[in-house]
Each structure stands twice: as structure tokens, then as C-alpha cells.
Ligand binder design. Structure first.
Ligand code: BGC
Length: 721
């Protein structure tokens, strides 16, 4: 009989499971599992796996970072690389670059390709994407996220997740929630209003759950209102699993669980990384002592916790398995194929943002015989390695220098470093031992002889730069770059700056340089994508997914002093409330250096015939907005139509305007297109703290139609009845 049950179970697992009969099958399996087997499934057995039940053929779950490619294999019980030779992959552009494309179709291609690589590498959960909101330019992990606007992040994250999951691999949405800085991330307690929580910090998570149907979510390290977010009554039980109906698995961040009772009661399903800080230290064989291991079993046995709590966790874990490693029709996946490189290159090309272009400095004619000085460490440094858990072992990484050399084959290319950072080291900064003055002098000499200077600088993935675990120390460029750029500008007027970073930087030298390009961490195809834009093969169409303030104190979080950022070591107060990013700049009339949504092209566009279909609308109706776009310049290109909405005479505090719709349009030279965008009237509601619900205010609203948050072509007044 027992054998029969086991065989039946295996057959059940193998069979294709539809949503309807899945729960019954899970109940059946649950009945077969012992207390120890169930307990085992709720916590790690190694750095990146949780155990299965070998006796019943229930597989282990294997996880990997995320979110820009599949991370190299990590050893069973330490943070060293396992030393495999078959784990180098396609590195995709960082999520900031993806967000800058403003192109959800590319997010879908990204997710699909990355999911295929994860599947080929036999991963069941890919630890990404991250949608923590860009609150301060100092956050060391901004490069892994999708910018400062909840609507943009929500729109881009949904197709990314669907793309991953169609491969039978679960995305793991992180870091839920309010992990918006790395400094003190393990304990800082965030105090934020309900309104900002629901309007700014949660919408992208909500879309990932309710629209993309994400199968797993990662809790965060920090606290919210005095409770750790990985086992949090209101965030997880009430909102995520309650209100939004999340039926998947809540995975802890590595070492973010702190208590057995809270983990059991408040929604943690799989505990990972306890005894580590997520990145460095490791207590060998600590697994039996995890909060959800022996201590959990003992509390159940003593009757202090109900076994039903454990059953709910196991039910969720099995559900994730039926969707991934126990699904019989899982695709096979593929890796390092030309199509994936093509996806990576396309996203990189569309994500690059042209910020300044005096006298059409860019594009640079690739067929001209000339001398080009390529200056800067970021022209040659590997930027897929480092940065913390998102580090990648790319099979190939085309550096900007290599990209320029290949595309500008008729030119003489001379490279000079100009500055160097020290070697990457997690947890500390090792200054370079090279003499800074000699590096500057050598670069200036090369610049003087050249017809044109292309400077590749910005940040890198070293500690205190764009790196997990801590924040940047200032918004200025590091390693003496401001001084270097000023000297280069004096040596050669033909200077273009290409900034590689995942964060805004100060640009005191801006008036002295002819062109500025914001290139992000672009992955395997970085050099090809950058050379594509510089040569004009690709017409830039990226838009900034976050504001670049002139100086740090112009940023909302920073303008309220240290209690707002980074806090007093224990608690921080999000005093800017809902006015994050451009919402702050617009409302307070503080001009940014470069605004949210801004980005230039080698051609020009004109928006015309902008109108709404009606003048007044009721609840649940769609506001249809039509607009003609004409490519009025000399090259084919793409423009992003952006629609913002602001409430006039609101009875509550409001941002001047908020992004509510966008659409990217590609047009050949001289071409015209009619675009139609729609906004659901209900999406104009604010979160009312007095009723803990959304509240749609009646009255007049302004619809702003333009091509950046600070480039509005027309405002249309409408009324909500
Ligand atoms: C990070 C997570 C990551 C995990 C596993 C943690 O330090 O915060 O984003 O997925 O480590 O590497």
C-alpha cells in the first residue's frame, strides 16, 4: 500500500498540473510528509538551496542571483565561487538601463532571455528583479532597481517577471519593502506615512503580484515601524498575502530573519542565509539552528505554535514547485546564444541617455581618419564583476575601448587611464598605489594630440560606489575625476564625457564639455552598444528613470537632514513623504540638473493635436488622450510620449504632477504617427489615511503631455465628476 502511495505521488508530481487541481494534489502530498520533512523544506540546506524530500521524489529548490544574469555557482557552505567552468553567462544591462528604455517590450525580452539562461543553469528561483524606489543618489544598490517612479517601475517589472516565469523559473521580487539605502540595512527602522507607502513604495510590488503573478518575493533586511520586514504582520500577512492575494513563497533575504515566532506567524516561508550577513561571513552547518529549523519544530511540538502555520508554508513551497521544478512541461532553456547577446545589446543601446550635445558633438563619424583619445578607467574596467550579489561571470564583456576600436577602425585610438581606483574589495576601500598626478599628466598629453577626446568615467562596483552593503559617501565623482575632466577640457575643447554608473553624480564641469552620455552598467555588450550610439548607428532614445539633482541637498530625502537620511543609526523618517524624485523638484520648484524622463536624440520630434476624448469623466472611465508625433529631424529615431497628471486645488498635499502613462514611438525621418494613450480615472486617486483606502477626488485635473517631466508640450484641463 505504502509503495502504491509513493508511486502515485511520483505520478502526480510528473503529471501536468492545472491551477484547479493543484491544491488537491498539494494536500495529498502534505498528508505524506513527516513533521521533520516539512520543517526541512522551510529553510536552507546550503547557501543557495533548500532541501527536497528524497524519499518521495520531491526535488530540492535551487536559487541564484539575479537580477542581471545568472550568478556564477557559489560553494555549498561558503561565499567563495565554486570554481565551475560551465557557469559563465550572458550579462544583461542593469535594471536602471532597462528602466531607461521606457520600453516594456524590451523588459519582456529581457525576462524571457534571462529566464532561459536560469533554466539552462538548472535554477528554480532567480533572485530578482528589485523595485526599491530610488530615494537618494547615495544608495549603493540603485543600479539594480528601476528608478524613482512607481508607475515606470510597475510598468517595466510586469513583462520582465512574465518573461522569466514562462520558462518554469520563478522570479523573486525584492527587497520587500522600504530597503532604499544600504547603510545600516540590517537594522534601520523606517518610519514612513501610509500614504507614501501605498503611493510610492508599494505600487511596483503590487503590480508584480496582481498583474505579473510573481511566484516568490524576498523580504528585506530593514525594519518598518519597529518590525523586521521579512516577518512583518502588516506588510506580509495583511497587504502582500491578504489584500493582494499573493499565493507564492516569501523567501528571506540572506540573514534577514530574526525570530522564530515572528517568522512562523508573519509570513516567512523559506529562511535563507541566517548566520551570514548575506555576502561575507558564514557559520558552517548552522542550518539546523535556523529560526525555522529546530526551534520552530520544538515550538510546534510544545504546542506553542500551530502546525497549520507550517502546513501553509509547505503548501506555498509545493505550489512554487508545481510551477517550476515539478512541472512536466518546463522548457529546456538555453544560454550564451547569439539571440541573448542581441537582446542585451538592444536594451543597452535603447537605455543609453544622451544628456548634452553642443553643436552636434555626437554622433562621431566612424569613417573619418583621425586620432581619438579614449581616456578613463571605465573604458577598460570589467563592470559586470563586483557590486555585491549581482556580480556576474560574463562569458565575454566588450569594453567601451574595444567597442570604439572595432567601430572606429579608420581612426587611431590611444587610450590613457587618467585615474585608477583600487582593487575591488568587499567591505573596504583599497586606494590605488599609482601616482595620481602622473596618470593625469599622461592623459592630458594624449588629449592634447588628439582630434577628439572621449572620456569614460563615472562610478564602478567597488565598495562605497555602486555596490551592495553600504552607500556612497558623496554625490561627487570619485578618484579625482572632476579635476581630471577640467584639465582634459583645457587641453582639448573637443571633449565628450560618457558616464558609466547606476546613480546620479554632480557635474561641476558640465559647461566645459561638449557632450555627455549617461551609460549604465550595460553587461556583455556594453562596448558595442556605446560605440553604436557614439557612431550614430543607434539613435539614442533612453530617458532618465530618476532625477539628477544639481547637488545632494536638492534631493528630497537629503533636504530634511540626517534623520531623514541616513537616520540616527536606529530609525529614519521619510520626511519628504510622497514628494520623491521629480515630484519634489516640480512641487518645490527646485531645478534639477537633468530631469526625470529627459533624454535627447540625434533627430527632433514635434508633438501636435494633443487632446482628450472628453472634458469630464466619472469613476472607472478611461481618459483617452491622442497626440500626433512627427519626426522633424534628419534621422530615424524613437521618442517617448509621457503623460503626467496633477490635481488642481486638492484638499490634500499633492505632487505638482505624476507620471500616469507613456509610450515609445519609432519614426523614420519625416514620418508622422498618431498615438493614443489611456489613463484609468481610478488611477488618479490618492491614498486616504483617514479611511485607509484610495480616494478619488472630484474636481479639475491637468493632463500634461510631453517628452520629459520638464518638457511639456501641452496641458489639458479635465474634470472628474
Ligand atoms: C542580497 C540579495 C541577494 C542575496 C543572495 C543578499 O545580500 O541583499 O539581494 O539575493 O544576498 O545573494
Amino acid at each position: 500500500m505504502r509503495r502504491f502511495v509513493v508511486v502515485l505521488l511520483v505520478l502526480l508530481i510528473g503529471a501536468q498540473v492545472t491551477a484547479n487541481d493543484m491544491d488537491a494534489k498539494i494536500d495529498n502530498i502534505l498528508k505524506q510528509l513527516t513533521l521533520d520533512e516539512k520543517i526541512a523544506m522551510t529553510h536552507a540546506q546550503s547557501k543557495f538551496s533548500s532541501p527536497g524530500v528524497p524519499r518521495l521524489g520531491i526535488p530540492e529548490i535551487w536559487m541564484s542571483d539575479g537580477p542581471h544574469g545568472v550568478r556564477a555557482e557559489i560553494a555549498w557552505d561558503s561565499w567563495s565561487h565554486a570554481g565551475w567552468t560551465s557557469d559563465s553567462i550572458t550579462a544583461f544591462p542593469a535594471l536602471t538601463a532597462l528602466a531607461a528604455t521606457f520600453n516594456p517590450e524590451l523588459a519582456s525580452q529581457y525576462g524571457t532571455a534571462l529566464g532561459e539562461e536560469a533554466r539552462y543553469r538548472k535554477k528554480d528561483i532567480l533572485l530578482g528583479p528589485g523595485v526599491n524606489i530610488y530615494r537618494t543618489p547615495l544608495n549603493g544598490r540603485n543600479f539594480e532597481y528601476m528608478g524613482e517612479d512607481p508607475f515606470l517601475a510597475a510598468t517595466m517589472v510586469v513583462p520582465y517577471i512574465k518573461g522569466i516565469q514562462q520558462n518554469g523559473v520563478s522570479a523573486c521580487l525584492k527587497h520587500y519593502a522600504l530597503n532604499n539605502q544600504e547603510q545600516w540595512r540590517g537594522h534601520i527602522n523606517v518610519e514612513v506615512s501610509d500614504r507614501a507607502l501605498h503611493e510610492i513604495y508599494l505600487p511596483a510590488y503590487k503590480a508584480a503580484v496582481t498583474e505579473a503573478g510573481v511566484w516568490s518575493v524576498m523580504g528585506a533586511y530593514n525594519q518598518f515601524r519597529g518590525q523586521h520586514t521579512t516577518h512583518h504582520k502588516s506588510l506580509i500577512n495583511d497587504i502582500l498575502k491578504g489584500e493582494w492575494g499573493f499565493d507564492g513563497v516569501l523567501v528571506s533575504d540572506w540573514g534577514s530573519a530574526h525570530d522564530t515566532r515572528e517568522s512562523a506567524l508573519y509570513g516567512l516561508d523559506i529562511e535563507m542565509g541566517t548566520g551570514t550577513d548575506g555576502l561575507t561571513t558564514s557559520n558552517e552547518n548552522a542550518y539546523d539552528y535556523y529560526f525555522l529549523a529546530k526551534p520552530f519544530r520544538e515550538m510546534i511540538q510544545k504546542g506553542e505554535l500551530d502546525e497549520a502555520l507550517l502546513d501553509d508554508k509547505v503548501r506555498r513551497i509545493l505550489r512554487l514547485m508545481f510551477r517550476t521544478n515539478m512541472s512536466s512541461d518546463r522548457p529546456l532553456g538555453r544560454m550564451n546564444n547569439p539571440a541573448h547577446l542581441e537582446v542585451a545589446r538592444k536594451i543597452a543601446g535603447e537605455g543609453i541617455v544622451l544628456l548634452k550635445n553642443r553643436k552636434s558633438f555626437f554622433p562621431v563619424n566612424p569613417d573619418k581618419k583621425m586620432t581619438i583619445a579614449v581616456i578613463g578607467e571605465n573604458a577598460v574596467k570589467s563592470l559586470t564583476a563586483g557590486g555585491g550579489s549581482s556580480e556576474l561571470k560574463a562569458r565575454d564583456e566588450v569594453s567601451p575601448l574595444r567597442g570604439i576600436q572595432e567601430r572606429f577602425a579608420s581612426a587611431e585610438i590611444i587610450h590613457s587611464l587618467g585615474y585608477v581606483s583600487g582593487p575591488p574589495q568587499y567591505g573596504s576601500v583599497i586606494p590605488s598605489t599609482q601616482d595620481a598626478d602622473s596618470l593625469i599628466n599622461a592623459a592630458v598629453k594624449v588629449a592634447m594630440k588628439a582630434d577628439l577626446v572621449l572620456y569614460f568615467g563615472g562610478l564602478n562596483k567597488n565598495w562605497n560606489q555602486d555596490c551592495e552593503g553600504d552607500d556612497r559617501n558623496s554625490m561627487a565623482l570619485p578618484f579625482g575625476q572632476d579635476q581630471l575632466i577640467n584639465k582634459l577640457a583645457r587641453a582639448n575643447k573637443n571633449l565628450g564625457v560618457i558616464l558609466v554608473s547606476g546613480n546620479a553624480v554632480e557635474m561641476p564641469w558640465l559647461p566645459e564639455v561638449k557632450g555627455v552620455i549617461q551609460a549604465w552598467y550595460l553587461g556583455s555588450e556594453a562596448g558595442h552598444a556605446i560605440a553604436g550610439v557614439i557612431s550614430g548607428d543607434v539613435n539614442p532614445s533612453g530617458k532618465l528613470p530618476f532625477s539628477f539633482p544639481v547637488k545632494l541637498s536638492d534631493n528630497a530625502a537629503h533636504s530634511f537632514g540626517e534623520l531623514s537620511y541616513p537616520g540616527d543609526g536606529k530609525t529614519q523618517y521619510y520626511k519628504e513623504d510622497i514628494l520623491v524624485g521629480y515630484r519634489w523638484h516640480d512641487t518645490q520648484k527646485i531645478k534639477p540638473l537633468f530631469a526625470f524622463g529627459y533624454g535627447m536624440s540625434y533627430t527632433s520630434f514635434k508633438l501636435s493635436s494633443i487632446k482628450t476624448d472628453k472634458k469630464s469623466y466619472g469613476t472607472g472611465e478611461l481618459i483617452n488622450i491622442s497626440c500626433k508625433v512627427t519626426n522633424t529631424g534628419k534621422a530615424a529615431g524613437s521618442e517617448v510620449i509621457q503623460i503626467y497628471v496633477g490635481k488642481l486645488n486638492s484638499k490634500v498635499k499633492r505632487a505638482a504632477k505624476e507620471l500616469k502613462a507613456f509610450q515609445k514611438v519609432h519614426l523614420s525621418k519625416g514620418e508622422k504617427a498618431s498615438t493614443k494613450l489611456a489613463i484609468d480615472v481610478n488611477d488618479l486617486a490618492f491614498y486616504d489615511e483617514t479611511t485607509s483606502n484610495w480616494n478619488l477626488e472630484k474636481g479639475d485635473y491637468l493632463i500634461y503631455v510631453g517628452t520629459a517631466s520638464n518638457k511639456i508640450s501641452k496641458k489639458v484641463k479635465i474634470r472628474i465628476n
